[in-house]
Design a protein around this ligand. Structure first.
Ligand code: HPA
Length: 243
């Protein structure tokens, strides 16, 4: 049976469309994780608010390992991660949506693996293609059915945060090939791969990367885009579930 987890990021602490909701605290070897079991479009889903609800856990303090373990314990079979990001590619401005196909990880000091030789024996996973191509294709089909414009690929640059980047960091990330920038894409994607759970990300671009416009980035502008754009992300996920 398919059991889809949705990991909601900034601007997606809860999903109003969920039905039959059951709030659960899942005990894992690495900590407690709060999730909501529910149905959406008649499909069983697990919703996990990455930053907590209300939003308070900063990106570098999220217990990514416990979150992924909890989803594994609940027998989740696929994960859709929703990420609010900054746009670096000139076409990926605020309000656009990108289904990334690659990642560059600039984070540091995070517990980034289960295979650390302590929790689990050392192992090296293949991560050439970090996101599930089957899920990405299905999300792309869902976007066509729901008539929602998306960029079908992009490179997600994961930064440490919680501060935003400098203009030079964004220039350098563009030279590296990054199209969008966010703070939570890693190690989440790698941990999902370590547990062999197919994982894809839907990125809502909520601001231009630092230095790409003349004005500073404000939380007010980000919040406005989250409010106007997140319903399209929910619509996309809902269509994906109904297929
Ligand atoms: N940088 C990093 N993370 C983000 C941004 C950004 O500009 N916008 C939303 N999340």
């Amino acid at each position: 049976m398919t059991l889809t987890a949705i990991i909601g990021g900034t601007g997606l602490n809860h999903i109003p469309e969920l039905e039959d909701k059951l709030e659960l605290s899942v005990a894992t070897e690495l900590g407690e994780v709060n999730v909501v079991k529910a149905t959406w479009q008649g499909c069983p889903v697990v919703f996990l608010a990455r930053h907590g609800n209300p939003h308070k856990i900063p990106p570098h303090k999220i217990n990514y390992r416990a979150n992924l373990l909890a989803l594994e314990q609940l027998n989740v079979t696929q994960i859709i991660a929703v990420n609010a990001v900054g746009g670096i590619h000139e076409a990926m401005g605020p309000e656009t949506i990108c289904l990334p196909d690659q990642i560059i990880d600039y984070t540091h000091g995070r517990e980034a693996t289960f295979f650390d030789g302590e929790f689990r024996a050392l192992d090296h996973i293949d991560f050439s293609h970090p996101y599930s191509s089957a899920m990405r294709e299905k999300l792309l089909m869902a976007s066509q059915i729901a008539n929602i414009d998306v960029f079908s690929q992009g490179v997600y640059g994961a930064t440490q945060g919680p501060r935003l980047e400098t203009a030079a960091e964004i220039r350098s990330m563009r030279e590296d090939g990054c199209d969008v920038v966010g703070m939570t894409g890693m190690p989440e994607a790698a941990l999902a791969r370590e547990l062999n759970i197919p994982y894809a990300s839907v990125c809502l671009i909520v601001n231009w990367g630092a230095g790409m416009t003349q004005t500073p980035i404000t939380m007010n502008e980000i919040k406005a885009v989250l409010e106007s754009g997140m319903h399209r992300v929910r619509n996309l996920v809902q269509t994906f579930l109904s297929m």
